[in-house]
Design a protein around this ligand. Structure first.
Ligand code: C2E
Ligand code: CA
Ligand code: CA
Ligand code: CA
Length: 278
């Protein structure tokens, strides 16, 4: 018995060590990834289900590591946040998105791309003005870019973050609250925050066609959000039934595999133009 126990502890310890090494490697290699073009962006359409039109996309980061393969963004973004590297990633995402938007604009394609910002980004009072300058100097309209922030990011340092969000709002950059329902924010916060859009988390959406409780939660959330005059996005819709249900519930926008997985820039534009033609 004692032997069994020590064996399983040893196995556990080995697993822990492996995870620790992997994390160290990820943190060590992040700056290299940036300079060696191991990162790229993918784009997932956001579709207005009342008009059946796509006005834009959310951009999501991808990292193909030479030894570890694809590292999920959830994993390395968290590590970047904890190791103080998140601002270099956000800066890369921002600059790469602007370059892509400028290229599309030269091809006569105008759309809105949402980028994800982390808590730390939102404590930088210079960021809204930097983004505005970047858009102006690339001849892009202010509506070309929007931002997504989680409830958790706001709660960290609410006073500072709300002031920065207010700046974004004053400039005219649209703000979405991401992963709505998963944080521990009170609903009262929605009233205080200068946001335009709320994205209901996939965990409430994924079983909406079979689970009556989820259906009720989503229905109530949509009424609440629309009651505050904000636009509602349902994340992670995978079935046509999901679209029908959400359309009846008065949801504005859907993002999910039912329309498309996140795509590389060129593939996204093919999808975008085809979808909006039909
Ligand atoms: P998120 O911002 O909530 O992004 C939505 C995630 O849901 C994406 O995962 C997307 O691929 C996935 N998704 C969309 N539709 C469906 C669907 O129908 N079914 C399923 N199963 N999944 C769907 P991804 O790309 O792995 O990103 C995970 C998280 O990593 C993001 O969650 C976001 O928190 C973070 N992240 C990704 N890119 C960035 C970035 O550039 N900056 C920052 N700060 N965070 C990022
Ligand atoms: Ca997001
Ligand atoms: Ca989300
Ligand atoms: Ca998320």
């Amino acid at each position: 018995q004692a032997r069994m126990e020590s064996l399983s502890i040893a196995t556990y310890q080995q697993g822990e060590d492996e995870r620790y090494l992997r994390e160290l490697m990820i943190i060590r290699d992040l700056p290299i990834a940036l300079s060696q073009a191991q990162l790229h962006l993918v784009f997932q359409p956001k579709v207005d289900i009342q008009t059946n039109h796509c006005h834009g996309a959310e951009t999501l980061i991808r990292w193909l590591h030479p030894e570890l393969g694809f590292i999920p963004p959830d994993e390395f973004i968290r590590l970047a946040e904890n190791s103080g590297n998140i601002s270099i990633i956000s800066e890369w995402v921002l600059n790469t998105t602007i370059k892509q938007l400028a290229k599309w604009q030269q091809q006569g394609i105008s759309l809105t791309v949402a980028i994800n910002l982390s808590a730390h980004d939102l404590t930088n009072p210079q960021l809204p003005l930097d983004i505005e300058q970047l858009l102006i100097s690339n001849n892009l309209p202010i509506t070309a870019l929007s931002i997504e922030v989680t409830e958790g990011a706001v709660m960290k340092d609410a006073q500072t973050v709300i002031a920065v969000l207010q700046q974004f709002r004053n400039i005219g950059i649209s703000i979405a609250i991401d992963d709505f329902g998963t944080g521990h924010s009170s609903l009262a916060y929605l009233k205080l925050l200068p946001v335009n859009e709320v994205k209901i988390d996939r965990s409430f959406i994924k079983d909406i066609h079979t689970d009556a409780t989820d259906l009720m939660i989503v229905d109530t959330s949509i009424r609440l959000i629309k009651g505050l005059n904000l636009s509602v996005v349902a994340e992670g819709v995978e079935s046509a039934e999901g679209i029908d249900i959400l359309r009846k519930l008065n949801c504005d926008i859907i993002q999910g595999y039912v329309y498309s997985k996140p795509l590389k820039a060129d593939d996204f534009i093919v999808w975008f133009q085809q979808f909006n033609q039909s």
